[in-house]
Unconditional design. Structure first.
Lengths: 304, 534
């Protein structure tokens, strides 16, 4: 698969704040890539560098085989961007903004424009300042989706949308994926990322901490298991890779490291498995595990 | 009183946000009268010298029109009050209306008032807090002016001058409180209040420029006229203070009444819906810039045309005023005869028009920064639009746009004067040339804004300080006989005095070159820098 975005060792500081500290990111062509991280992790900074709005201090960046800083205008013909915080001109209507952005991008298909406007239930005649946050976001989304850009850069695009609109957004992104568009979706709505993305990158403090397919990431983490056994089990304590073990009579529940799953199941079958519930780790658990340290850290600081 | 809960906290918040801005305004506005007084004391140390100076002044009708009448030239205080009164009053009015809008409507428009409004804050608290801050700032200014001029030994005059400034400030703070209820946009509210300020200045000019039998009462319709007619240092007439005070009270009451009758984020003039699709012209950065600047450009042009009509209409009165005065024959001869009087009137008025038109130019040139900080540049720069084209769209409206109001003002003044004297074909181009000669100096000031935007974007506000400096230098510099190098700092010093003066192309070419250099530096800097949002 060809690479749409490839970033390595990206650094960016604002004064004394290191927003990005060696970030890596690789997005293949035609994939929907989830870009995860808590507030302030550096997601928006990365996107702004990819758009050539900010200049990287260090690192190599290739976007659609170009340099986002030097070839900005050329590259922008092939991408569309939805900012996290959409601000509109108070005296321009939503329809005017959609048309303007489309024309600046080299023209837009009026049929697609109307189609997306209808799907998102957007009134294009309202003036910029009378839109709610969600509606401003819809304006930017319609403008991006109605374009025929091959790459979509979306910065928390659903933060202001209601659940109904969020479902429509998912529908649209799924369609765009089937059409072969590449999407970089920055988000912290994990269910959304889980539903849409093949691959995800998790960043923290401006650095990539995990990157891979959801299956790969799941493999790296724990599966929770609840087993009803015929006989009370013994010897579980001797197994490694087992966490949060509770044994109540013949019922065992625990969390198992991905690479120990086989061993643990073999051990349990010796006591006669009557019932078994196994839950793959959710992205949320994955995510939280990476940030637990932070949370604990902050909690400790707060106490101290 | 439940609707005022939280006012105290909001006042503290406003003072915290303005802890640099307001002190600069207040100190700057205090320093001008103090320096003027000490300079006048050096230049005209004796009563006799001052009387002589005063008789020249009061017989020069274009000074009376521009600055106002001299009530008592025999004292330093009287001369100071005359010289700085009208100008400081205008600047105080600006400070006051900007402060009120900044802390009420602008906050509301930015959505921050909503955040505060959900806490324990009464319905009237935000407006009242903004007014308290503005009124308080004016009171501090009045006190500092009175203290600063204490050395003149005329406490009543010093206090009266300080209060005359504060009175104008209160009127315009209260006025802005009303205009900002009418529209949902801070920009429009400021523009509306500024427009009224311009009208009141023009009323005073028209009133003061008319002779004994003319419409002198026009000056009494203007808060700036009231301020001067308190007559600081010239047998103060304290009762005149009742006019601005009563007017301000009424406006404050009206504003509070209006607040109670509108929703958050709404103006009394409802927002209409717009077209569903964009017009064909809205397809480029320039097309967008046209949409964003056209209303402002149209208003400025209409306003300048009206100013031109008034200035042209009173021009001939200058000659009548001057020739009525037999003492003045010599002076008139020195100025090139009767025509010289009118020419010098026009050239000084065109100089003021140039300075005022620069406000439009700076507003337009600083718009890109507002767009950038307001997150409206990002979506455009994420399209194939290059940075230079995006910035270029706005800068065109600053550099080329400013020609339109200036030309309208100059042409209207020349045409109206020409029609009255039956010489329109000759007068119109002469006065128009006087207006257009200001352009290179305007462009230099706009160039400073563009250069700062590209190189030091967080410092773009400094451009306003530069404009105020140029204004002070050009208005006070020659009379106070300041150092030539200080005068030379202002680009407006180098503009030939047209009509009447000798046309000199060299300084204009230099100014244009400096403007080109500054603008180019701004564009080059903007290409290289990060897009920032703070």
């Amino acid at each position: 698969m060809k690479t749409a975005i490839s970033v390595s060792g990206l650094h960016k500081s604002f004064g004394r704040t290191h927003a990005l500290d060696g970030l890596d990111l690789r997005v293949g062509e035609g994939e929907v890539h989830g870009f995860l991280g808590p507030n302030g992790a550096g997601k928006s900074t990365t996107l702004r560098i990819l758009l050539g709005l900010l200049r990287a201090d260090a690192g190599t960046i290739r976007l659609l085989d170009g340099d986002p800083w030097h070839d900005a205008a050329e590259l922008h013909r092939r991408l569309a961007y939805v900012p996290g915080d959409v601000s509109l001109w108070p005296n321009l209507s939503g329809g005017e903004v959609i048309d303007l952005l489309g024309r600046l991008r080299g023209g837009l298909n009026p049929k697609r424009r109307d189609e997306f406007m209808e799907r998102f239930d957007l009134d294009p005649s309202k003036k910029g300042r009378t839109y709610s946050k969600g509606n401003r976001q819809k304006v930017a989304l319609v403008a991006a989706l109605a374009s025929d850009a091959e790459l979509l850069l979306l910065d928390e695009p659903t933060a202001g949308l209601d659940p109904l609109m969020e479902a429509i957004f998912r529908e649209c992104i799924t369609e765009e994926r089937d059409n072969g568009r590449t999407v970089l979706l920055s988000s912290h709505i994990l269910a959304e990322v889980e539903a849409l993305c093949e691959r995800v990158s998790i960043i923290r403090h401006g650095r990539t901490v995990e990157s891979g397919t959801l299956a790969e990431l799941r493999h790296l983490t724990r599966t929770s298991i609840t087993a009803d056994l015929a006989h009370p089990p013994t010897g579980l304590e001797t197994l490694s890779g087992l966490h949060d073990l509770t044994v109540r009579g013949t019922t065992v529940s625990c969390e198992v490291d991905g690479d120990r799953l086989d061993e643990v199941l073999r051990h349990l079958t010796r006591f006669g498995v009557v019932g078994l519930v196994s839950q793959p780790p959710t992205l949320e658990e994955l995510f939280l595990r990476h940030y637990e340290d932070d949370l604990n850290g902050t909690a400790n600081e707060a106490v101290a | 009183m439940g609707t005022l809960v939280g006012t105290g906290s909001l006042v503290r918040l406003a003072l915290r946000r303005d802890r640099v801005r307001l002190p600069i305004w207040i100190v700057g506005l205090t320093v001008v009268p103090v320096i003027t007084a000490s300079a006048l004391a050096d230049l005209y140390p004796t009563v006799e010298s001052r009387r002589q100076f005063g008789s020249i002044l009061s017989s020069n009708p274009s000074l009376t029109a521009l600055i106002g009448p001299v009530f008592d030239p025999s004292s330093i205080g009287g001369l100071t009050a005359w010289r700085v009164g009208g100008f400081i009053a205008v600047l105080v009015a600006l400070m006051s209306l900007l402060t009120v809008v900044r802390h009420s409507r602008a906050e509301e428009e930015a959505g921050r008032l909503e955040l505060l409004g959900a806490t324990v804050v009464g319905r009237h608290a935000p407006l009242t807090a903004a007014l308290v801050v503005a009124f308080g700032a004016n009171l501090v200014l009045a006190a500092l002016v009175a203290l600063g001029l204490a050395g003149l030994g005329e406490p009543a005059g010093s206090v009266a001058l300080g209060l005359s400034f504060a009175a104008v400030g209160w009127v315009f703070a209260a006025l802005a409180a009303v205009t900002e209820q009418l529209t949902a946009h801070a920009r429009t509210a400021t523009g509306l209040a500024g427009l009224i300020l311009g009208v009141t200045f023009l009323l005073r000019v028209a009133g003061d420029a008319s002779g004994e039998d003319g419409p002198v009462w026009l000056s009494w319709l203007s808060p700036i006229g009231w301020a001067q007619r308190i007559r600081p240092f010239a047998d103060e007439r304290w009762w005149v203070l009742a006019f601005p005070a009563a007017f301000a009270v009424v406006l404050v009451a009206v504003a509070h009444l209006l607040v109670a009758h509108r929703d958050l984020d709404a103006g009394l003039i409802p927002t209409r819906s717009g077209p569903e699709t964009a017009a064909p012209s809205l397809r480029s950065p320039l097309g967008l810039a046209w949409r964003l600047h056209r209303a402002s450009l149209a208003w400025w042009t209409v306003a300048f045309a009206v100013v031109g009509v008034v200035l042209g209409g009173i021009a001939d009165g200058m000659r009548a005023l001057a020739t009525d005065n037999p003492q003045l024959r010599q002076l008139i001869a020195a100025m090139g005869g009767e025509k010289g009087i009118i020419d010098s009137y026009f050239s000084s008025m065109m100089g003021v028009l140039g300075l005022v038109a620069t406000i439009y130019g700076l507003q337009a040139a600083l718009r890109p920064r507002a767009e950038e900080v307001g997150l409206r540049a990002e979506p455009l720069l994420a399209t194939p639009t290059t940075r230079l084209r995006w910035l270029g769209g706005h800068v065109v409206f600053a550099l080329v746009g400013v020609v339109v109001p200036l030309a309208a003002g100059g042409a209207a003044a020349g045409l109206v004067h020409g029609l009255r004297t039956g010489d329109a074909a000759e007068e119109t181009p002469r006065v128009l040339a006087g207006a257009l000669a200001q352009l290179p100096a305007v462009w230099v000031t706009v160039g400073i804004a563009v250069a700062l935007f590209g190189l030091l974007p967080r410092m773009v506000g400094v451009t306003w300080a530069a404009l105020v400096l140029f204004l002070l230098v050009s208005q006070f510099g020659p009379m106070l006989q300041l150092n030539q190098w200080l005068l030379d700092v202002s680009p407006f010093t180098h503009v030939p005095k047209l009509p009447g003066g000798e046309f000199a192309a060299t300084p204009l070419a230099w100014l244009a070159l400096v403007a080109v250099g500054l603008t180019a530096a701004g564009f080059a800097g903007f290409r290289r820098r990060d897009i920032t949002t703070e």
